[in-house]
Design a protein around this ligand. Structure first.
Ligand code: J2J
Length: 541
């Protein structure tokens, strides 16, 4: 069980002892946590998704039935199971069922395609894949079959909907007599694998433990004033760390609030749910927040129940921030977080100036913040590259020695790649980024990954991908492409080629610029970094 035997993934013993002594790590596994919330809030409403409405007791019962179903199908505690489900009725009962059975979910987005899913399955050794029959016009069954053909570890495919031959129907698992107690797991062990935004090549897997994750969302629920009478709308894709834990549906469930799943973050789907269910809290990335503010002006739905809008995932400008209360009638809470751990929030009682201009401060008194310059020396002047360690920030990626050597200091600090300013009042302002990814409407796209996909085309000699400021997306991707002598390829054909390679649509370059040659012939990583910077400056400065 690789999730159990990677000592470098875990915190040094003195740190762990400190986090326990201070009460951050409660020593409860997700299975125990589900029993806790069901015992505390049993008859209250827990989940609304489509036509499904479940109380805490019913949610636990369904999760327990799934747990028994998975174990009955021959999975053993510690086995990884890839979950690629949209924001629908199945998501929470299935994920909670996996956790209750001691299985380890590996999260993927509905937008991911076979190349990415195969990478996640191979990297995690997942034995099963759970996906929808279809979502937004895409049939996931051929994808699942292609992944199974490419990945020997993957034996079973569960379909939410109608399975093809050789696949199982997800709902059948819940026909099993429910488990009556969680499969015991060490709370210090890995509960699930989350995907990283990814600055290099493919996304890396982030091992989160029961102890560290439960701390992060329980503390978040307090900071975001989620109470038993709150109603939280999950508008962003549920597999993302933000809607999961900041404070997310887990934070909401931890206090007995109601969770409402929106099948899409578009105002047309979300606004009627806000009005019908009395939603008090939700979280959005900046481009969606802008869209909501625009749509609210003409909305026929009553949004008065909204109390707190969390905005994060990318920089929200002070000008946009100032529009939240006038347009949506609720309070803004900025959140600057990362799936690797550290999450910062502006506090609800902060002065307006702090809420509009900063991305807040860490959850925990034991979150350590270190600012270094780009050479790794202590930064001067209060701004630099943010490094962090603490009670819910990982010390290593799953099974990635090379990435770990780059992303963590010998002292265990995670290098976020974000350039920030630490204000004297303790709040952080995100100013830019040292790493080479494109933050496209909150989705992090690795420049290197797109370049690798372009270079795979027979006509392409070399490709360099950069981020470009974009009015709607925040940033978009632009690929500079050099073709082989005499080769021909058009914009449309290259984009179609990338799609055909089985990667998410948000990774297809937004713009392609053909160029004769790059000014350097060197191909080393540091040269590519310089090349990206030079191209960006020349074309977009
Ligand atoms: C600027 N950049 C930000 C912000 C994240 C809560 C909220 C967001 C995420 C997330 C998350 C930003 N202003 N307010 O996991 O729990 C950029 C930074 C950061 C990267 C992490 C959560 N909020 N960012 O976005 O793992 O560059 O997590 O390092 O997807 O998003 O991306 P991700």
């Amino acid at each position: 069980d690789p999730t159990q035997t990677c000592p470098q993934q875990l915190w040094p013993a003195p740190c762990a002892a400190r986090y326990r002594a201070r009460g951050y790590w409660r020593g409860v596994s997700f299975g125990g946590w589900l029993d806790e919330i069901a015992a505390a809030h049993g008859p209250r409403e827990a989940l609304v998704a489509g036509t499904l409405r479940l109380s805490y007791d019913e949610l636990r019962n369904l999760a327990r039935a799934y747990a028994a179903g998975f174990l009955g199908d021959g999975f053993a505690p510690g086995d990884r199971v890839l979950v690629q489900l949209p924001n629908g009725p199945a998501f929470l009962p299935v994920v909670l069922g996996l956790l209750y059975a001691g299985l380890v979910p590996v999260y993927a987005l509905p937008a991911h395609r076979d190349r990415e899913i195969a990478h996640l399955v191979a990297g995690s050794g997942a034995r099963a894949l759970i996906c929808a029959e279809s979502y937004e016009g895409f049939d996931y069954r051929p994808l699942a079959e292609a992944v199974r053909a490419a990945c020997p570890s993957l034996t079973r495919i569960y379909i939410d909907g109608a399975p093809q031959a050789g696949m199982s129907r997800l709902a059948d698992l819940a026909d099993t007599a429910p488990l009556d107690a969680p499969v015991p797991r060490d709370p210090g062990s890995v509960a699930f694998l989350q995907i990283s935004g990814g600055t290099t090549g493919f996304p890396k897997l982030i091992p989160r433990t029961h102890d560290d994750y439960i701390y992060s969302f329980e503390a978040s629920a307090g900071i975001c004033a989620v109470t038993p009478r709150s109603v939280l709308l999950t508008a962003l894709p549920a597999a993302h760390n933000f809607p999961m834990s900041s404070p997310g549906y887990f934070g909401a469930l931890s206090v007995g609030a109601k969770v409402v799943m929106s099948p899409s973050p578009a105002p047309g789907a979300a606004f009627p749910l806000i009005a019908a269910e009395g939603v008090t809290h939700t979280g959005l990335v900046p481009p969606l927040a802008l869209l909501w503010m625009q749509a609210a002006k003409a909305a026929k739905h009553d949004l008065n129940s909204l109390e707190v809008l969390l905005v994060g995932g990318a920089k929200f400008t002070p000008e946009a921030a100032a529009q939240v209360r006038p347009t949506l009638g609720c309070q803004l809470q900025q959140v600057f977080g990362m799936a690797e751990g550290l999450v910062n929030y502006t506090r609800l009682d902060d002065p307006e100036e702090v809420i509009l201009n900063t991305q807040g401060r860490p959850i925990s008194p034991d979150d350590e913040i270190l600012l270094l310059d780009e050479d790794g020396a202590p930064a001067t002047g209060g701004h630099g590259v943010l490094h962090t360690r603490g009670p819910y920030t990982i010390r290593a990626y799953h099974n990635a020695p090379e990435a770990n050597a780059r992303a963590f200091t010998p002292e265990g600090f995670y290098c976020t790649g974000d350039i920030v300013r630490l204000r004297p009042d303790g709040n952080l302002e995100v100013q830019g980024r040292a790493g080479d990814h494109i933050n496209r409407a909150g989705e992090k796209v690795s420049a290197e990954e797109i370049e690798d996909n372009l270079i795979a085309h027979e006509a392409v000699f070399d490709a360099v991908v950069v981020s470009v400021p974009d009015r709607f997306l925040g940033e978009r991707s632009c690929a500079f492409v050099v073709l082989h002598d005499g080769a021909k390829a058009e914009d449309r054909a290259l984009k179609a080629f990338i799609r055909g390679r089985g990667i998410a649509e948000f990774k297809v370059p937004d713009q392609i610029v053909f160029t004769d040659r790059f000014e350097t012939t060197a191909v080393g990583k540091t040269d590519r970094k310089a090349l990206r910077a030079a191209l960006k400056k020349r074309h977009f400065a």
